[in-house]
Design a protein around this ligand. Structure first.
Ligand SMILES: [Ca+2]
Length: 198
C-alpha cells in the first residue's frame, strides 16, 4: 500500500511539473530595423531603440511592422517609451496592435493618447499576447500632435521591444490526455508486476 501511495504522488508531481513547464518564458528583443520607418525615425544600429523627431510634412511619424505574426507560443510583448514634449508643443505617443483588414486597434492592445503639453511622459508597457497566438496583426508606434502644438521640437524614444515566448510549446489537450493515460498505464503495469511477485 505504501508503495502505491508513493507512485501516485510521483505521477501527480510529474503531471504538475509538466503543466508548469509552458509558463517558463524566453524573451528576445525585436529588431526595429525590420520595421518600416518614416524619414525622421532613427533606429539604432543594433535595432534595440528608435528615436522619433517631428516632421514638418508627415504626422504622425510612424515605425510600423506589417505583418506582425504572433508566434504560436507567444506570451507577451513589452516595450519602454520616453516622450519629451518641448515648450510650446502638444504631442502624443501612440502604440497599438491593429487588425490588418480594418486598421482598427485590437481591444486591449491600444495604449491610447500618451503625452500632452510640455513635459516628459515615460513608462514601460506590457501586453499579454496569448489571445493572439498565430494571428497576423499590425504593430505601430507613432508620434503625433495635438491642437495646441506650435513646434517641432518634441522627441520620442521607443526601446527594448521585447517579445516573450514560452520555452516549450503548450501541449494540446489531446497530448496531455495521452500522457496522463500513459502514466496511468505505467502505474497499472507495475502494480500488476508487484501483484505477481507477492
Ligand atoms: Ca510638436
Amino acid at each position: 500500500m505504501e508503495r502505491h501511495r508513493h507512485r501516485s504522488i510521483f505521477v501527480l508531481v510529474s503531471i504538475a511539473l509538466f503543466l508548469a513547464i509552458p509558463t517558463l518564458g524566453f524573451t528576445a528583443l525585436m529588431n526595429l530595423n525590420t520595421f518600416t520607418a518614416d524619414p525622421t525615425v532613427a533606429v539604432s544600429a543594433n535595432g534595440q531603440s528608435a528615436v522619433f523627431t517631428e516632421d514638418q510634412y508627415i504626422s504622425p511619424v510612424s515605425l510600423l511592422l506589417i505583418p506582425f505574426v504572433v508566434p504560436g507560443n507567444a506570451l507577451s510583448l513589452s516595450f519602454d517609451y520616453n516622450l519629451a514634449v518641448a515648450p510650446g508643443n502638444e504631442d502624443y505617443f501612440h502604440a497599438k496592435l491593429f487588425d490588418l483588414g480594418t486598421g482598427d486597434s485590437l481591444t486591449g492592445f491600444d495604449l491610447g493618447d500618451v503625452g500632452g503639453l510640455e513635459g516628459t511622459h515615460a513608462g514601460p508597457t506590457l501586453w499579454d499576447l496569448t489571445s493572439l497566438r498565430g494571428q497576423s496583426v499590425g504593430l505601430v508606434f507613432d508620434l503625433g500632435y495635438g491642437y495646441d502644438d506650435f513646434g517641432l521640437e518634441s522627441v520620442l524614444t521607443v526601446s527594448n521591444v521585447d517579445l516573450s515566448t514560452s520555452v516549450t510549446p503548450v501541449p494540446e489537450p489531446g497530448t496531455l490526455m495521452l500522457m496522463v493515460s500513459g502514466l496511468g498505464g505505467l502505474g497499472w503495469v507495475s502494480r500488476k508486476k508487484m501483484f505477481k511477485r507477492s
